[in-house]
Design a protein around this ligand. Structure first.
Ligand SMILES: Nc1ncnc2c1ncn2[C@@H]1O[C@H](COP(=O)(O)OP(=O)(O)OP(=O)(O)O)[C@@H](O)[C@H]1O
Length: 772
């Protein structure tokens, strides 16, 4: 403590009492306070100063040392920005009695405080901090009260002590709060012995900061903790690029580079990786290294897929009967299935697990509806959930990875469809309610937009599928892979282990859709400049990066003049930065569509203004509130702190069927959605899409990205930008290979499993018409 004091005294400080609190945010522990200055080593002569910082449990009329720096605020003038602080524990008997009987310590009145001070003397606090049980000897003090007081004193002083200590390493108060919450009294010990732990346990704690602290504490360049942390850090970073594993050699190189370890010493890295492997902190297999959660996710998914496939379907419906059944459906739907579509219906009803893939407008939804109806006829079951007394008896389970995709599935089939998270019952940090112990009920599971499902979610879903359940995985293989690690759909297709029907024939094109034509030309590498001629549902507006905002604005202005609902129009762009990036487009469109008015409430968060009426998008899964990454909503209310019982500022966002309340520390979970990223648009469709494409996006312009963007539009597509950039983009393949080993895992496991028809189905010989 004394040493801390010395180091801190070299820093600027203000000693003083809090007069009153000007602002306090409970969620972030952020406060702005007015201080009466008692002493300072700063060049400051005033009697009072406004200070701000992240504090825990500050008490008015209690003296503190505040360490920090002066800052001039544009509106509020000179302020003291506090980087750490500590209570000045009184050293007189009267002061101690006042301190112990203050609001800080519940249940201690003046009389009890006097007895404590009487018994322990002026050094009472130091004695209690050293050994809380010393309070047990205070006459008349109940054991419970003594224990509670000891832990409150330790808690209060503990945080300040740690904050002061961390400040020596340049770690601010906000981070200190997070560290203290996680490690409590062990924070300093961890910091001295293995600060790298913070990188993995504390959000926002950088590897470089931990490394600097470790080096200051004399940890050698090749210390096992340093190298181990470097490995885990590199593996975690690689997950962000979608990898499930990375080659050991690559990992060693990356760790060497991160830690500046010379090539002659790389042996030390390999040895430490083997150590981590023994401790099961990483998994090394052949030439690959994984984080355990990913290794076991792939392994678990493969094992569960095998388990499900091992139970074949008992009843076979003869082909002639299938023809008859589908013929009846065709009549009721007033269409006739194409050969591939019939194949898909027939094959899926005879396969335990099947994949259905195809581009836009090839009839995936039409086929799903056909499968549901045919299943209902074959098994003589109702498609109406209300006809079942026990909901668990309802045979059809429909799901999709995003809220919007699930909603579309529900609208197109008329059956209940949930997000995978809701289907499995997300229960917060502990995972899902449905798992291998408590599996899903139902007979046939249809998962739409399967290309978006990462290996973690695929594993969780397949765990919960009972042996007898039939599974149909539906997705478009040409779309972007999942945001999370893995490429489950692609790996399953490449493994050639599952029956597959690929729909190639386009039906919507027959209705004259240029959008679908473009999508298929991109997919088949056939698009030329001529394809970009304007049509009734497509236009290409030539402009450069600097004209983009003006062009997008004028499209919206014209749409408004024509009386179109601007909410129907969605701008999709590949990146946030640039003159024509998502951030600038959003700012511009907010001004046009939802401008500032005297009455409309707004809040500012990190330089972005959110206003009632703003269109916003959810950026992360928040299953506890039923909102998911990619859901689009509208700000419907903003409450000031004094206007609600929780005394915190709140933004309320309405999504399709629910309203979600966000407090300031969660504002990071949403952003404006006048323009959204193409990645976030996966699984959603919009009536009108505006797609800016300019050469400044060059690094992002890839075939699957542009294909995904174009296939989001249902009625109308407007591309604005440079033709050359667009043409170059659709010819650029995504070369960012993802390291995954699902294909190998599957072929290893399935060797001994007698496969059903695993080839792509081709029923050239038969046609439904033969039976009609
Ligand atoms: N056999 C068919 N005969 C006539 N029209 C069809 C046929 N199959 C599909 N369609 C029509 O083609 C359009 C696209 O079909 P559907 O929505 O099922 O395709 P999709 O693959 O799900 O497309 P997307 O992925 O773009 O939603 C629909 O209007 C549908 O009614």
């Amino acid at each position: 403590m004394e040493q801390d004091q010395q180091t801190m005294d070299e820093q600027g400080y203000i000693k003083g009492e809090i007069l009153y609190t000007i602002f306090h945010n409970e969620a972030e522990h952020f406060s702005i306070i007015k201080i009466r200055v008692q002493d300072t080593n700063e060049d400051f002569k005033e009697k009072e100063i406004v200070a701000k910082g992240y504090f825990s449990n500050l008490q008015e009329q209690t003296p503190y040392f505040f360490y920090g720096t002066f800052e001039r605020h544009a509106r509020f003038g000179l302020q003291y920005k506090v980087s750490s602080y500590k209570t000045i524990v009184p050293n007189t008997k009267d002061g101690l009695v006042a301190y112990l009987s203050s609001d800080l310590f519940y249940g201690i009145g003046k009389k009890t405080a006097e007895r404590i001070v009487e018994h322990l003397g002026e050094t009472a606090i130091t004695q209690i901090l050293n050994d809380g049980s010393i309070l047990q000897g205070v006459p008349g003090l109940k054991k419970e009260t003594a224990e509670r007081l000891a832990s409150s004193i330790q808690e209060n002083q503990g945080f300040e002590h740690i904050a002061v200590y961390l400040a020596n390493y340049g770690v601010g108060l906000k981070m200190a709060q997070r560290i203290y919450k996680e490690y409590k009294d062990e924070a300093i010990e961890v910091l001295e012995e293995d600060p790298y732990q913070y990188v993995f346990a504390i959000e926002g704690f950088g590897f470089r900061t931990a490394d600097d602290i470790a080096r200051q504490n004399g940890l050698s360049m090749t210390h096992p903790n340093r190298i181990g942390a470097g490995c885990i850090y590199i593996l975690q970073k690689c997950i962000q690029d979608g990898h499930v594993y990375i080659p050991i050699e690559f990992c060693v190189d990356q760790v060497g580079e991160l830690l500046s370890i010379h090539s002659e010493e790389v042996r030390i890295i390999t040895e430490q990786m083997e150590e981590l492997n023994k401790e099961k902190k990483v998994i090394m297999k052949d030439t690959k290294v994984y984080l355990p959660s990913l290794y076991y996710a792939e392994d678990g998914f493969a094992a569960n897929l095998k388990r499900i496939m091992e139970k074949p379907i008992k009843d076979e419906t003869p082909l002639a009967e299938m023809m008859k059944i589908t013929g009846d459906i065709e009549e009721s739907e007033v269409l006739s299935y194409g050969k591939e579509q019939f194949s898909a219906i027939n094959q899926s009803l005879h396969s335990k697990v099947m994949i259905l893939t195809g581009g836009p407008g090839t009839g995936k939804t039409t086929v799903i509806k056909g499968i549901l109806k045919a299943y209902a006829t074959i098994h003589d079951v109702s498609l109406n959930p209300k006809d079942y007394d026990d909901p668990a008896e309802f045979p059809f389970v429909l799901t999709a990875p995003t809220g919007r995709a699930a909603k579309r599935l529900n609208e197109s089939t008329g059956l209940p469809a949930l997000t995978i998270h809701r289907l499995l019952g997300w229960n917060g940090s502990n995972g899902f309610n449905k798992d291998e112990q408590e599996q899903l009920s139902g007979k046939i599971l249809i998962v739409d937009e399967f290309s978006m499902v990462d290996i973690w979610l695929a594993n969780s879903l397949f765990k919960a599928i009972p042996d007898e359940m039939q599974v149909l995985l539906v997705g478009d293989e040409d779309q972007l892979p999942s945001v999370g690690p893995g490429q489950v759909l692609t790996d399953l297709l490449n493994s050639k282990l599952l029956p597959l029907v690929r729909l190639n024939e386009v039906y919507r094109q027959k209705e004259g859709s240029k959008i679908i034509q473009l999508a298929h030309e991109i997919k088949n590498n056939q698009l030329t400049v001529q394809s970009l001629q304007n049509d009734k549902d497509f236009s290409f507006i030539a402009c450069n990066e600097h004209q983009m905002l003006q062009v997008v604005t004028s499209i919206f202005t014209k749409a408004k003049e024509k009386g179109l609902d601007v909410k129907e129009i969605q701008v999709l762009a590949p990146m946030y930065r640039s003159q024509a990036g998502i951030t600038m487009i959003n700012q511009q469109l907010q001004q046009l569509i939802n401008p500032k008015t005297k009455t409309k409430r707004e809040v500012k968060y990190h330089d972005v203004v959110y206003r009632v009426g703003d269109k916003v998008i959810q950026l992360v899964n928040q299953p506890e509130d039923g909102v998911y990454n990619g859901d689009i909503g509208e700000v419907v209310a903003i409450f000031r702190e004094e206007e609600n019982v929780d005394n915190v500022e709140q933004v309320v966002i309405a999504f399709d069927d629910k309203e979600v309340v966000y407090e300031r520390n969660n504002y990071i979970n949403f952003t404006h959605a006048y323009c959204i990223s193409i990645h976030k648009s996966q699984g959603s469709e919009f009536p009108i899409v505006i797609l800016p494409v300019v050469s400044t996006y060059y690094r992002m312009l890839r075939k699957n990205l542009l294909y995904t963007a174009i296939t989001r539009s249902k009625e109308s597509l407007i591309i604005c930008g440079e033709q050359q950039a667009f043409l170059k983009g659709i010819q650029t393949m995504d070369t960012n290979k993802r390291y995954t080993s699902l294909k190998e895992q599957l072929s290893g496991r399935m060797k001994d499993l007698k496969m059903e028809e695993a080839e792509e189905v081709d029923e050239e010989e038969i046609s439904p018409y033969d039976f009609m």
